[in-house]
Design a binder for this molecule. Structure first.
Ligand code: CMP
Length: 139
């Protein structure tokens, strides 16, 4: 099924100028970047975006880590895009990520793990709506 998922290239990735290399990973895997913008998150946006994690011990550090530099927010489109993107990203903790995945190749730590991707189709719709209006997505 053709799906869309939200992707974020995190500040650790933009700081190291990895946007192109990471985008190449998506495109090689058959994911199409149908919307993309480079922005600076506000504290309120980061807290709201990661609200599901608000009770977790890493919540404050996670939100702060998203503010230290620009991020690139993207919509990826493709067959089974949600699961495909999760495969391409690799495990949250780079130590557990499969060889060749974005996090194995580029992540600095479990927190500075270079990329975020929606974890379900339901959340993808919510997360895409958080950053993009329909007219900004060109499939
Ligand atoms: P992400 O896929 O963006 O979703 C939640 C983020 O929390 C995760 O990637 C990591 O950047 C961050 N994080 C920090 N510590 C942990 C942890 N112990 N377990 C899961 N996620 C963590």
């Amino acid at each position: 099924m053709l799906e869309r998922t939200l992707s974020i290239l995190k500040p650790d990735a933009t700081r190291r100028n990895l946007t192109g290399e990471i985008n190449a990973c998506f495109e090689k895997a058959g994911l199409r970047i149908v919307a993309q913008k480079r922005i600076r998150l506000t504290k309120e946006q980061a807290q709201k975006f990661y609200g599901v994690h608000s009770e977790r011990p890493f919540y404050n550090d996670l939100c702060e880590s998203m503010l230290v530099g620009p991020v690139v927010v993207q919509v990826l489109e493709g067959k089974n895009a949600v699961l495909k993107n999760r495969e391409v990203m690799g495990a949250t903790n780079p130590e557990n990520a499969e060889p060749g995945t974005i996090r194995k190749l580029f992540a600095e730590s479990i927190q500075e793990n270079s990329v975020h991707g929606s974890d379900s189709l339901e959340n993808a719709k919510i997360e895409i709506g958080f950053f993009f209006s329909e007219c900004e997505i060109v499939g």
